[in-house]
Write a protein that binds this ligand. Structure first.
Ligand code: EPZ
Length: 420
């Protein structure tokens, strides 16, 4: 299993270009199943989760290839409708094929995705949405069976007890594209990746209105055509690269990014004392040497994203005074805390609030990555720890960051990948 060795204490400085969004690519790849013919996707990050979704699409019958950051997906008229356990267990986002298959073939069978390192992750809202569209949904033997004679447009309220759901919004949106009449999704999640999926579907011929609002209106159509599309840039990769410059008190000019899609994150950089300048799709960040403590409330978009929680925790470890981070989206997403404490962090967890008392220094240690963003947090901590940090199990980080070590090396980090 690959691991990183990081030698801390280098100040990062330079220019980078943000890559395409993983969390937009995965549902867009699934949505491409809904049109017969060849769809071409540009700006797709070459990360393990995208490679994994390629396998899922191939299993279902599509012909998928990737060259650089361009994906070609050739879809036959009819494809399989079952995604078995061995395919789904490795990546929860495989559940996006549900919405696409229901839309295309009116039936789908998917192994139920289980929990994961970031906590329990139910799919009740997805199921509620499919039922509202007239589908019969049965859960048995660890599988979800969805079948409908005819998809019927409906008015659906999709918010749950933890707020809006990005996955449910996208899945129900895909299924509704072919539902006869006008479907209204209320309480839709607002993550920018959802509007990217909707724009892609519209490019294929769908009629979806209300993009970037909590009310989506879908007028059912009969057919989608394959298309060529450029995926939006990854706001979480962008935030993580800026965090790397910030934590080391360095400087980064980041291009090909969409600053308006993570303004809450940029506001926090400013609040901790960094300087941030925006010029169109480019951001310049200059990190302060001594961070101020802050309070962060993690909530669904447009608030501070859960996918940047772990990385900011690493930044706050050496801030002046006491910071708090309250995680309201995935309330148990704190697997990085014990690892950060092994490096000298002073963090106490009370329910879903982490209380971070600033310390003067971190010391390098062997640490274990547990999930994608937790791994990124450990890499960031390693950049400012004394001596060497070894981050094990970095396959987690490869799921969502394209060659992060190469990008960090380009701006001065001492980080190496070892194969064993
Ligand atoms: C997406 O997950 C992202 N994954 C996550 O990114 C991201 O953290 C999350 O949205 C929030 O922005 C992908 O895009 C592949 P949700 P998703 O449904 O769609 C609860 C990363 O690091 N909920 O918006 O699965 C749920 O438990 C990953 O890149 C229900 O209660 O998240 C959570 O508390 C990790 N019932 C909240 O809603 C449901 O049916 C938000 O989850 C569905 C969700």
């Amino acid at each position: 299993m690959d691991r990183f060795i990081i030698e801390g204490g280098k100040t990062l400085k330079g220019k980078l270009k943000a890559g395409g969004s993983k969390n937009a690519s995965l549902p867009i790849m699934a949505a491409s199943l809904m049109a017969e013919g060849e769809t071409i996707l540009h700006n797709c990050p070459d990360v393990v989760d995208v490679r994994y979704m390629m396998k899922v699409l191939s299993y279902l019958g599509a012909d998928v290839s990737m060259k650089g950051n361009t994906l070609r997906i050739k879809v036959p008229g009819k494809i399989k409708n079952t995604a078995p356990y061995d395919l789904v267990r490795k990546m929860r986002a495989s559940y996006y094929v549900l919405g696409a298959l229901i839309g295309k073939q009116k039936s789908a069978v998917l192994s139920l995705p289980g929990g994961c390192a970031i906590g329990e992750r139910p799919i009740d809202l997805h199921i509620k949405g499919f039922k509202s569209l007239g589908c019969n949904v049965v859960l048995k033997h660890g599988y979800v069976y969805v079948k409908c004679k005819k998809l019927k447009a409906n008015e659906i309220y999709l918010e749950g007890k933890f707020g809006t759901s990005m996955g449910a919004t996208i899945n129900v949106l895909m299924a509704a594209v072919f539902a006869k009449g006008k479907t209204i999704i209320k309480g839709a999640a607002l993550e920018p990746e959802i509007a990217d999926v909707a724009s892609f579907l519209n490019r294929m011929g769908a009629d979806i209105k209300g993009l970037d609002t909590p009310i989506l209106e879908i007028n059912g159509i009969d057919k989608l055509e394959p298309t060529e599309y450029t995926i939006l840039s990854d706001r979480i990769e962008s935030g993580t690269l800026l965090a790397a410059a910030s934590i080391t008190g360095g400087e980064l000019t980041l291009s090909n990014t969409n600053p308006e899609q993570y303004s809450e994150v940029l506001n926090k950089f400013t609040e901790i004392g960094d300087s941030v300048q925006i010029d169109g799709n480019t951001i310049y960040l200059k990190g302060s040497k001594q961070k101020k403590s802050v309070e962060i409330d993690i909530m669904p978009y447009p608030y501070f994203p859960t996918d940047m929680q772990a990385q900011f925790m690493s930044i706050l470890i050496k801030a002046n005074g006491i910071s708090t981070i309250t995680e309201n989206v995935f309330t148990k997403r704190f697997m990085h805390i014990p690892e950060l404490k092994r490096m000298g962090a002073d963090i106490e967890l009370r329910d879903n609030t982490a209380i971070i008392k600033g310390v003067k220094k971190l010391s390098g240690a062997p640490v274990m990555a547990s999930d994608l963003r937790a791994s990124a947090a450990l890499v960031l901590a390693g950049l400012v720890a004394d001596g060497e940090t070894e981050v094990k199990r970095i396959y987690h980080i490869d799921r969502g960051y394209e060659h992060i070590e190469k990008k960090l090396r380009k701006i001065g980090a001492h980080i190496r990948r070892y194969k064993k």
